[in-house]
Design a protein around this ligand. Structure first.
Ligand SMILES: NC(=O)c1ccc[n+]([C@@H]2O[C@H](COP(=O)([O-])OP(=O)(O)OC[C@H]3O[C@@H](n4cnc5c(N)ncnc54)[C@H](O)[C@@H]3O)[C@@H](O)[C@H]2O)c1
Length: 336
């Protein structure tokens, strides 16, 4: 009798704690855009998301009405331009793809003037309304927008570096797909860690860390590295003025959000590259860096070192660090 009731209350407790843990409200800021719409669609399909708040200065209620008909249990709400605070109430995760994308001939840094203030203002609202939320930054230039968000949170007195992430997953997705294309293998067996930052020469793929990448040498190695670093340009060029990667980025954004949600819900061993406040190159004055990061109930649990590098990768890293430092300083100076 005792045993039976004890088992029942244990089961109740388990049910309660797992359903409490599963109450996860996610907001997308910029949900009406090229990335925001497919990202919202993918997040609606994620069972770890119980509530989805879609915000944009244009079109979010329409996207929300549409996405809300998908047959998964999560609730979807859309918020127009003047309801940012309402969109942020009680959220655990905020994904930010708001801003302008590149046109042919532009670098990600060319977006700074427009996107820096958009990201700063959205981050201020999050710091005020949901200071404990985890922020996932897609808006470019990520190397600068992550420092901007961090400075905003510091100023508001609510900074926790474990909760601010730059999404670099698209570089990882591209590296995996491009390598598998060359070697005739499955992308799932080509999980290339990509470290550094998220633009041009700051993107450092560690091909020597995967069995299928190790053997590449000479021109085929160089071509692949260049394609991973500048793969975004292929999309910008092909879209011919209509923007940059949206669908593959939505996929990458949803993939990273899922990894974070799994970590937050207590799953162990969730490890993926992301651009975070990092001690790895702090002695060189570089405060933020992407490397393999273990995600857990508090967000960033553990930052892994980059590990052994080939001679070519040493050179790539050397080229990355000065650019990255400049991008980070530009972001910090914007909020100072
Ligand atoms: N991290 C990455 O790997 C990666 C990859 C591709 C694109 N991006 C970046 O993502 C951003 C969005 O790209 P996109 O193709 O979706 O652009 P888009 O122009 O199609 O959509 C951007 C959306 O942001 C909205 N917006 C603008 N200001 C806003 C504000 N203050 N609050 C809320 N919403 C606002 C716009 O109304 C629009 O709907 C760009 O900065 C782009 O460079 C990042």
């Amino acid at each position: 009798m005792f045993a039976r009731s004890a088992t029942r209350s244990l089961n109740n407790a388990r049910q309660f704690s797992s359903s409490a843990a599963r109450q996860t409200k996610v907001a997308v800021l910029g949900a009406g855009g090229g990335i925001g719409q497919p990202l919202s669609l993918l997040l609606k399909q994620n069972r770890l998301v119980t509530s989805l708040n879609l915000y944009d200065i244009r079109g979010a209620p329409g996207v929300a009405a549409d996405v809300s008909h998908i047959d998964t249990p999560s609730e979807v709400n859309g918020y127009p331009a003047d309801q940012l605070d309402q969109a942020l109430e009680g959220v655990k995760v905020v994904v930010i793809p708001a801003g302008v994308p590149r046109k042919p001939g532009m670098t990600r840094d060319d977006l700074f003037n427009t996107n820096a203030s958009i990201v700063r203002d959205l981050a201020s609202a999050v710091a005020r309304v949901s200071p404990e939320a985890h922020l996932l930054i897609i808006s470019n230039p990520v190397n600068s927008t992550v420092p901007i968000v961090s400075e905003v949170f510091k100023k508001a007195g609510v900074y926790d570096p474990r909760r601010i992430f730059g999404i670099t997953t698209l570089d990882v997705v591209r590296a995996s797909r491009f390598l598998s294309g060359i070697t005739g293998t499955d992308p799932k067996d080509c999980n290339v860690p990509v470290v550094g930052g998220h633009s041009g020469a700051t993107i450092v793929p560690l091909l020597s860390h995967v069995a299928h990448g190790k053997g590449l040498k000479g021109e085929s190695y160089e071509k692949l590295v260049h394609r991973i670093q500048f793969g975004g340009d292929e999309v910008v060029k092909a879209k011919d003025g209509a923007g940059s990667a949206t669908l593959s980025m939505a996929y990458a954004g949803a993939k990273f959000t899922d990894a974070l949600l799994r970590g937050l819900s207590g799953e162990k061993g969730v490890i993926t590259p992301t651009f975070v406040k990092s001690p790895l190159y702090a002695d060189k004055g570089i405060e933020y860096f992407s490397s393999l990061v273990e995600l857990g109930v508090n967000g960033v649990e553990k930052i892994n070192p980059v590990g052994p590098l080939s001679a070519e990768e040493e050179k790539l890293l050397e080229a990355c660090l000065p650019d990255l430092k400049k991008n980070i300083e530009k972001g910090k100076a914007f909020v100072a």
